[in-house]
Design a protein around this ligand. Structure first.
Ligand code: NAD
Ligand code: AHE
Ligand code: ZN
Length: 369
C-alpha cells in the first residue's frame, strides 16, 4: 500500500513529504493508521545529526496515536479497530529486563530498532524502490506505519488522538520521571531544568505527588507563565542570577533540592542539577538527551557526600501496562495535556513545527493526519 510520510533524507535538511510504499504487517506485527503525532525534541536531535544512532533516509516521529487497521499472523493481543499508542520502549514481558521488574528497558528488539529495522532485520518502507528506515521503532511521521505487537499500547476508544499522542513520549516521560524513577514523595523540594514539553510534565508530576517547592529553571523567560499554571512555585532565569547558579539554587531550596531533573540535554546543566541537590540524599534525574561525544562530569565528592545521579527513559514506564493508565488519568481530568499543545499542523507544515520548537515558541506541536 501507499502512505504519506515526512521523510528525513539527510541530517539537517527539511523533511520532505512523499508517497511511500508500505509493506503490510508480518508475523507478530500490526499496521496502524496514525491519526496524530507530536514533535519531540528528540526528533529534532536526530534530524540535527547529533544522534550517534541517527540513520538516513528515515521516517522520524515517535509520539503518536492511531488505530489498528490490520494484524499479521500470530498477533493475539490486538485486533483491527483497536485504538493504540506506539511504544519506542516496548514491553515484551518475557526478556531478562522485563522479568527483572527493575527496569522498563525491554531488550527484546532494541538492537534492530536502533538500526532502523523491524525485528526481522528489514524495513517495511520504500521510496522509489529503495528502503527507508524506521525510527525508534515507531515512525509516526507517516500516516500508516507497521509496529511490533509488543511495541503497541491499547488504549480506550473515547480518548482524542490529538491529545493522547503526547502520552507516547512527553507526558509519560515527565510524569514518570517523578513517580517511577525518582519516586518523589509529598512535601519534597524539587528543581526542574528546562521548561519545555518534558520539563512542564515533570512539574505537573511534582504537583500531583504534592511537592512542597517546585523551582523551574529556564533561559527563556516566556516559559514562566505556563510553568506557573502547571505548579511551578519559583522561576529562575540563569541569565539573571548574579554569580554561580548552584549556590543560588541551594539557598533557594533550604540547603539543596531533594530531587532535580534535567530536561535540557545540556551536560553543563546536568552538572548544575546534580550539584544543587541536598547533601546526603538529593537525587538528580537526567532526562535530556545529549549529543554524540558529550560527557557529564562532577567531582566524585558530590557523590561521596550522598548525592545520586540517575537517568530515565520514557519515565521508567512499562508501556503496555502504564500508558493506558495515563490515558485514564487524562480522561478523568487528573492531568492537563490540552494547554501544552500549543500548535496543531497538517503534515505538509511539519517543518514549521520543528522551527517553532527551535525558536522556543511552542511547547508541543501536534501534526494531525
Ligand atoms: P524543548 O525544546 O521543548 O525544551 C527544552 C527547554 O530547555 C526549553 O524551554 C529551553 O529554553 C530550555 N533550555 C535550553 N538550554 C537551557 C539551559 N542552559 N538552562 C535552562 N534551560 C535551558 O525539549 P523537550 O521536548 O522538552 O525535550 C527536553 C529534553 O528531553 C531533550 O533533550 C529531549 O531529547 C529529551 N527527552 C528525553 C526523553 C527520555 O526518555 N529520557 C524523552 C523525551 C525527551
Ligand atoms: N540514539 C540516542 C538515544 C537517545 C535516548 O536516550 N533516547 C531515549 C528516548 S528519548 C525520547 O524522546 C531512550 O529511550 N533511551 C533508551 C534507549 O534504549 O535508547 C543516542 O543518543 O544514542
Ligand atoms: Zn520524545
Amino acid at each position: 500500500m501507499k502512505t504519506r510520510a515526512a521523510v528525513a533524507f539527510a541530517a539537517n535538511k527539511p523533511l520532505e513529504i512523499c508517497d511511500i510504499e508500505l509493506e503490510g504487517p508480518k508475523a507478530g506485527e500490526v499496521l496502524v493508521e496514525v491519526k496524530a503525532t507530536g514533535i519531540c525534541h528528540t526528533d529534532y536531535y536526530t534530524l540535527s545529526g547529533a544522534d550517534p544512532e541517527g540513520l538516513f533516509p528515515a521516517i522520524l516521529g515517535h509520539e503518536g496515536a492511531g488505530v489498528v487497521v490490520d494484524v499479521g499472523p500470530g498477533v493475539t493481543t490486538l485486533k483491527k479497530g483497536d485504538h493504540v499508542i506506539p511504544l519506542y520502549t516496548p514491553e515484551c514481558r518475557q526478556c531478562k529486563s522485563c522479568l527483572s521488574r527493575k527496569t522498563n528497558l525491554c531488550t527484546a528488539i532494541r538492537s534492530t530498532q536502533g538500526q532502523g529495522l523491524m525485528p526481522d532485520g528489514t524495513s517495511r518502507f520504500k521510496c522509489d524502490g529503495e528502503p527507508v528506515l524506521h525510527y525508534m521503532g515507531c515512525s509516526t511521521f507517516a500516516n500508516f506505519t507497521v509496529l511490533p505487537e509488543i511495541a503497541v499500547a491499547k488504549v480506550r476508544e473515547d480518548a482524542p488522538f490529538d491529545k493522547i499522542c503526547y502520552i507516547g513520549c512527553g507526558v509519560t516521560t515527565g510524569i514518570g520521571a517523578v513517580i517511577w524513577t525518582a519516586k518523589a514523595e509529598a512535601g519534597c523540594r524539587a528543581v526542574v531544568f528546562g521548561l519545555g514539553g518534558i520539563g512542564l510534565n515533570v512539574i505537573q508530576g511534582l504537583r500531583m505527588i504534592g511537592a512542597e517547592q517546585i523551582v523551574g529553571v529556564d533561559i527563556n523567560p516566556s516559559k514562566k507563565e505556563m510553568a506557573e499554571k502547571f505548579g511551578m512555585t519559583d522561576f529562575v532565569n540563569p541569565k539573571e542570577v548574579e554569580g554561580d547558579l548552584v549556590p543560588y539554587l541551594v539557598n533557594l531550596t533550604d540547603g539543596g533540592a531533594d530531587y532535580t531533573f534535567d530536561a535540557t540535554g545540556n551536560v553543563n546543566v546536568m552538572r548544575q542539577a546534580l550539584e544543587c541537590c541536598h547533601r546526603g540524599w538529593g537525587q538528580s534525574i537526567i532526562i535530556g538527551v545529549a549529543p554524540s561525544g558529550a560527557e557529564i562530569a562532577t567531582r566524585p565528592f558530590q557523590l561521596v557526600t550522598g548525592r545520586v545521579w540517575k537517568g530515565t527513559a520514557f519515565g521508567g514506564a512499562r508501556g503496555r501496562t502504564d500508558v493506558p493508565r495515563i490515558v485514564d488519568w487524562y480522561m478523568n481530568g487528573k492531568i492537563n495535556i490540552d494547554d501544552l499543545i500549543t500548535y496543531k499542523l497538517p503534515l505538509e507544515c511539519i517543518n514549521e513545527g520543528f522551527e517553532l520548537m527551535h525558536e522556543g515558541k511552542s511547547i508541543r506541536s501536534v501534526v494531525e493526519f
